[in-house]
Design a protein around this ligand. Structure first.
Ligand SMILES: [Zn+2]
Length: 340
């Protein structure tokens, strides 16, 4: 396994320094598994101004379809052959079909009746309960023998910069036989790695990252947390790999609590940088993918300009799928490790 980077340098005359020559470094990192490249450049302080969140949230509960009794009135129900009772309920958490599905089995899981949960108010127990609830839905789908019950995926778009059109916290929960691009590339590459090296890429990665300590954040139970070598997000990504676990259905209650603990640590530290939004995805293998290890990616999201609504992705990411991270993952590690 190689952690390769191509180092570059831009030279320009800077009028702020009497037209003196200025040298600006950048780096193109190559993901050791898939070969995907990520640019590390710009090098600005990872510090953002949060908007007035109370003003942003004010009044949005009035039209929220997930608030109060509305969630049991306006959201759709599953057909009887999939979920007999129509919707799944656990306390005030509800799972129902996504009205705008992107696959055959697409659902939404709410975190409960509370309309707005600030990022730092999510407790490990609450997140563990929501993930466990999603897993019970996946089990129900799998128990019907449905052909789409191959990859069981949880995606979390928290707050508008991350792609959420609702303030009310919820998870995208879906089962699919079609692995999304990056997950499919990882599964294929990790299968190749296993054949060539007789070992799991993920086990080797955890061992190497632990040993070097440059990006490793810590271990909670059997979850290993680290900043990603070639991140997708502008403020880095955090990767959590679960030991001896290939797929979402194998996660235990203890794993969910450990995942919740790690996520709460990250949210607390990113909050200090002015981040209030993130994406979190489960990356899962199918049940017989012995070469694969279940992992998740947590990627903070922001606006480049709050006032103009400029998102943190542009043409480079959208059309080339080339990413930009504005600090070295090793520096981001130093900012986050205080929370671990
Ligand atoms: Zn609501």
């Amino acid at each position: 396994m190689k952690f390769e980077a191509v180092r570059k340098e831009t030279v320009m005359k800077n009028p702020q320094q009497g037209m003196a020559l200025q040298r600006i470094p950048s780096e193109i990192r190559i993901d050791p598994l898939t070969g995907r490249t990520a640019r590390i450049c710009h090098f600005m302080d990872l510090q953002w101004q949060k908007p007035d969140l109370d003003a942003l949230v004010a009044g949005t509960d009035a039209w929220c379809p997930f608030c109060g009794q509305k969630v049991l009135e306006v959201t759709p129900c599953f057909p009887e052959d999939l979920i007999t009772e129509g919707r799944l309920q656990d306390g005030d958490m509800v799972i129902f079909p996504n009205i705008a599905p992107y696959d055959t089995i697409g659902a939404v899981a709410t975190f409960g009746s509370r309309h707005y949960i600030p990022m730092t108010d999510f407790t490990p127990a609450h997140m563990a309960a929501a993930f466990g609830f999603a897993q019970r839905f996946f089990r129900r789908v799998a128990d019907t023998g449905h052909p789409e019950a191959v990859y069981h995926i949880v995606n979390w778009n928290y707050m508008p910069p991350a792609g959420s059109s609702l303030i009310h916290p919820h998870l995208q929960v879906f089962s699919s036989s079609s692995a999304p691009n990056l997950m499919r590339e990882e599964i294929e590459a990790s299968k190749r790695y296993f054949t060539e090296n007789g070992a799991s890429f993920w086990d080797d990665l955890v061992e190497l990252e632990k040993e070097s300590g440059e990006r490793y954040l810590g271990q909670i139970g059997r979850t290993h947390w680290m900043t990603a070598w070639a991140p997708l997000g502008v403020a880095g990504d955090v990767l959590a790999v679960i030991e001896d676990c290939h797929s979402t259905l194998e996660l235990t209650e203890a794993d969910f609590l450990d995942i919740g603990r790690g996520l709460a640590n990250l949210m607390a530290e990113y909050d200090k940088m002015g981040i209030y939004s993130f994406n979190m995805n489960f990356f899962t293998g199918a049940q017989d993918d012995d070469h694969f290890r279940f992992h998740l990616l947590f990627s903070p999201r922001t606006f480049f300009s709050q006032a103009l609504g400029t998102p943190d992705v542009g043409a480079l990411r959208t059309l080339f799928n080339e990413t930009v991270c504005m600090a070295f993952p090793e520096e981001i590690n130093q900012m986050l490790i205080k929370g671990f």
